[in-house]
Ligand binder design. Structure first.
Ligand SMILES: NC(=O)C1=CN([C@@H]2O[C@H](COP(=O)(O)OP(=O)(O)OC[C@H]3O[C@@H](n4cnc5c(N)ncnc54)[C@H](OP(=O)(O)O)[C@@H]3O)[C@@H](O)[C@H]2O)C=CC1
Ligand SMILES: CCCCCCCCCCCCCCCC(=O)[C@@H](N)CO
Length: 325
């Protein structure tokens, strides 16, 4: 008798799991309804984190996506990879986001027009360049390029998308910073500054948008396995590499996934792993509160995270002092 009950229970659980799995295509769109057919602009969407964001948004959330990046050949390849059947749900436009504001504005207008005059529901400012070099090795031109693309690019795209978001009465703006936007790191004098700048931008912006039902998210990924990182590693000082290893390397897939979740929830900070969590507590400063649980952790862990970072800084400074040359 008991054996029968146990076998029956196992059978019921197995059938439930099978149904749960088989019915995924039907119930998933119900949960993801809020992104289905919405218009998401991903800057720097032709490579790495941006490409993965575009892929997930298109294929897992049913969104309409516009990718902005410069290199036309890379955009064409990306289009082939993401939509081999040439769907009109993906638009790839060549524009330098850190170039002229008029060009960016024009690209955003074109994007809205292409997607049936849908305003931009979510803007993900992800385009970025990074050269890991000390201040002596970084050229003035590289400093300027990083400020233009990493900072001004985000300002221009945000400014161009805001009027239509305001008109719609809702929206999300994501700024892809980095853990190097939360603490200064050897070899990132130019890069860190542009990533710190995004937090200042985000805090002021969120205050200005308080009445508009538009939420700002800042993402702080650690090293992420992308073509950009492979390029960066070619010139990365050993010191920078050793410091970055503290937080390990993530896949672009993991990084993109949490950016999408955080943007949907309207969380102000998007962090990764235990180091990311502790850094987010340590650097929460005067940022807006979007989760009571996070606020509780920030208050309770303030002293402890400061002690942890001072301990770590000692080891980072030891690495920096050992430099020979
Ligand atoms: N990979 C990592 O370790 C980490 C990355 N980040 C940040 O994540 C973002 C993406 O990084 P990742 O995926 O590695 O980068 P990749 O180098 O792999 O890709 C960068 C993308 O940005 C585009 N881009 C660069 N400059 C411009 C520009 N002026 N106008 C428009 N598009 C531009 C590139 O296309 P094109 O050159 O054709 O314009 C490309 O599509 C960056 O902001 C980076 O700082 C944060 C933490 C860690
Ligand atoms: C109390 C808190 C403890 C937390 C530990 C902090 C560890 C610091 C590690 C710094 C990692 C910086 C990665 C930058 C990645 C990046 O942006 C480049 N790859 C360029 O793209």
């Amino acid at each position: 008798m008991w054996l029968l009950v146990v076998l029956l229970s196992i059978f019921i659980v197995a059938v439930a799991f099978l149904l749960f799995y088989l019915l995924r295509p039907i119930y998933r769109p119900l949960f993801l309804r809020d992104l289905y057919d919405s218009h998401v602009v991903v800057t720097g969407g032709s490579s790495g984190i941006g490409k993965e964001l575009a892929r997930q948004l298109l294929h897992e959330h049913g969104a309409r996506v516009t990718i902005l990046a410069r290199n036309q050949q890379r955009l064409d390849e990306c289009r082939q990879d993401l939509t081999p059947n040439d769907s009109d749900r993906l638009l790839c436009l060549s524009v330098d986001v850190g170039g002229s504001y008029a060009d960016v504005q024009n690209a955003i207008e074109q994007a809205c027009h292409h997607h049936g005059n849908r305003p931009v529901n979510i803007l993900i400012n992800n385009a970025g360049v990074f050269y890991a070099k000390t201040i002596d090795e970084t050229t003035p031109d590289e400093f300027e390029q990083m400020v233009r693309i990493n900072y001004l690019g985000a300002v221009y795209c945000t400014k161009a998308c805001l009027p239509s978001m305001r008109h719609l009465g809702s929206g999300r703006i994501v700024l892809v910073s980095s853990q190097a936007g939360q603490l200064g790191v050897f070899g990132y004098t130019s890069y860190c500054a542009t990533k710190f700048a995004l937090k200042g931008l985000a805090e002021s912006l969120q205050m200005e948008l308080a009445r508009d039902n538009i939420y700002v998210t800042v993402a702080y990924p650690p090293d992420t396995d992308t073509p950009g990182l492979i390029e960066e590693n070619k010139t990365k000082p050993r010191e920078t590499q050793l410091i970055n290893e503290t937080s390990g390397v993530l896949s672009a897939d993991e990084v993109a996934k949490k950016i999408i979740v955080s943007a949907r929830q309207g969380s102000f900070a998007c962090w990764y792993g235990i180091n990311g969590f502790l850094l987010a507590c340590l650097t929460s400063g005067a940022q807006p509160v979007t989760s009571v649980l996070e606020l509780t952790c920030q208050c309770l862990l303030a002293g402890l995270t400061r002690l942890i970072i001072v301990r770590l800084l000692n080891s980072f400074y030891a690495i920096a002092r050992r430099r020979t040359m």
